[in-house]
Design a protein around this ligand. Structure first.
Ligand SMILES: [Zn+2]
Length: 490
């Protein structure tokens, strides 16, 4: 074959390729129009609902029958557990999930913490002014940290976010104080989970502002885990309740014809540790601190203790004193400026809200400061490397793998994952898309089969290998435009 004839052949193939391209595009357009007619109010963007069951430990599904959660696991992708951020509490970890940032970066290092900028202890429980609006710029009045539900709103083109009781979901963020379109404030006294699910269904099918990203928070089984501990019959009852609300969500989606169109991410913020009666980590006797002459302490009666020396020069002396007493009193002491060397994977040092000394008790022990409990109960906030602190993670939907178990990853990776799904440019973050890409189905492969089938129907043509190659190129173009892929995946 001469080079000229090869050129003609290539030209002829281009014409065929163009015809295929037009046909495929017609099919894709018509199938999407059809889908849009069936569920007219669903967002034109991929839809993601992130559901957090507070304190749902990685192994809770082994404790009882969970048919609906099993269904999610079977039809979706799961991991043995998910890694979380220090400190192992609700607000730091929900904020890390929403921002993809370590607590030392987003500034929510504990549920309550001292902030030298305000010279006071701030509490997320009462939504203290200044608690969420952390900025490394001490003169800034508004946080430069932007959760994904806000970035989704800012991305425009018909994107709307919902926050159902998600911690900090009620906050405005960024220069324009942007808030989510659909909001129910964080309020742990609300217990009607089916009502919450009903609202979320209304948000994603809203006639004019359908949400394509919703964060849904449910306060159990954390509440019961605290009250009765993670090993008793009470927690089993709550796991079954959680399974039932999962079933309710799946049923509602199915009745709306959305079950195969919405991507669901089920996760938790931390695990739960059984607490034995009267197991107390004592620290107050270590040195005379009358009238706070040596230090201020934050975290009495909890599992995370921050120590702020009155005089910076005393830091090492105070550390050494606590360190000498630590083993006998069931805790470990950390010098903030040494943490980067001792526990580099914690990323817990560079923030004004992390005090020069902090202490974490052994699992099962609580720092003194409240009346000792003479019964078994449960809590969290321990070393994040402890298995009891691990939460669960599962995901199901058109973009996730089926019946697949993958390697554990970090909760900060969910941010780049969801940005990827929604085709939103991620802000600088600490997560890794690479670690979570294995959760996603090979959409290109699925679409390839669909396109080949359609071409055969439309043209009656015998499609050769080369035409298949063209289709793959077209698919990639299509998938990029429809947010399913980006350059990275290709
Ligand atoms: Zn929690």
């Amino acid at each position: 074959m001469t080079s000229n004839s090869r050129g003609l052949l290539t030209h002829s193939h281009r014409q065929v390729s163009l015809m295929f391209l037009l046909l495929v595009k017609f099919f894709i357009w018509s199938s999407f129009t059809l889908a849009a007619t069936e569920t007219s109010n669903l967002s034109k963007h991929p839809v993601v609902i992130i559901i957090s069951y507070d304190g749902f430990r990685y192994d809770y599904m082994n404790k009882t029958s969970t048919p609906y959660l099993d269904q999610v696991k079977r039809n979706g992708v799961s991991v043995p557990y998910m890694r979380i951020q220090l400190s192992a509490f609700t607000y730091p970890n929900h904020q890390s999930i929403a921002t993809g940032l370590y607590p030392e970066v987003h500034g929510i290092v504990a549920n309550t913490m001292y902030d030298p900028l305000y010279d006071k202890e701030l509490s997320g429980y009462v939504d203290e002014p200044g608690y969420w609006n952390f900025s490394s710029d001490s003169t800034a009045t508004r946080s430069s940290v932007v959760p994904l539900y806000t970035s989704n709103e800012l991305a425009g083109d018909g994107r709307y976010s919902g926050s159902m009781m998600w911690p900090a979901g009620q906050e405005g963020w960024g220069e324009n104080n942007t808030k989510v379109t659909h909001l129910v404030n964080y309020n742990v006294s609300r217990w009607d989970w089916e009502w919450e699910v009903d609202q979320v269904m209304k948000w994603i099918t809203h006639p004019t502002k359908p949400a394509n990203l919703v964060y849904l928070y449910i306060e159990e089984p954390d509440y019961t885990g605290h009250r009765f501990g993670p090993e008793g019959p009470e927690i089993v009852q709550q796991i079954q309740r959680i399974d039932n609300v999962t079933g309710y969500l799946l049923t509602q989606l199915e009745s709306l014809g959305l079950k195969d169109k919405v991507n669901l991410i089920f996760l938790s913020d931390h695990g739960m540790q059984e607490m034995k009666p009267l197991a107390i980590a004592k620290f107050m006797h270590v040195m005379d601190n009358t009238d706070n002459r040596m230090y201020h302490d934050y975290g009495r009666g909890s599992t995370f203790m921050q120590i702020r020396p009155v005089r910076e020069n005393d830091t090492l002396r105070i550390f050494n004193a606590f360190n000498a007493a630590a083993k006998d009193n069931h805790y470990t002491v950390y010098l903030r400026d040494e943490v980067s060397k001792m526990k580099p994977h914690w990323h817990f040092a560079h923030n004004r809200r992390i005090m020069p000394i902090f202490m974490i008790p052994e699992p099962g022990y609580l720092f003194e400061g409240i009346a000792p409990r003479n019964y078994t109960w449960g809590t969290h906030g321990f070393d994040v490397d402890e298995p009891s602190m691990r939460p669960f993670f599962m995901a199901m939907g058109p973009l996730f793998k089926n019946n697949s178990v993958q390697e554990p990853f970090d909760n900060i990776d969910i941010y780049p994952l969801v940005c990827h799904i929604l085709n939103i440019e991620p802000r600088p973050n600490n997560g890794s898309l690479e670690r979570v890409l294995p959760l996603l189905a090979s959409s290109a492969t699925k679409a390839s089969r669909m396109s080949l089938l359609l071409l055969a129907v439309l043209t009656g043509a015998v499609i050769n290998v080369e035409a298949g190659g063209v289709i793959n190129m077209i698919e990639i173009d299509f998938l990029k435009r429809t947010s399913i892929l980006n350059e990275y995946e290709i």
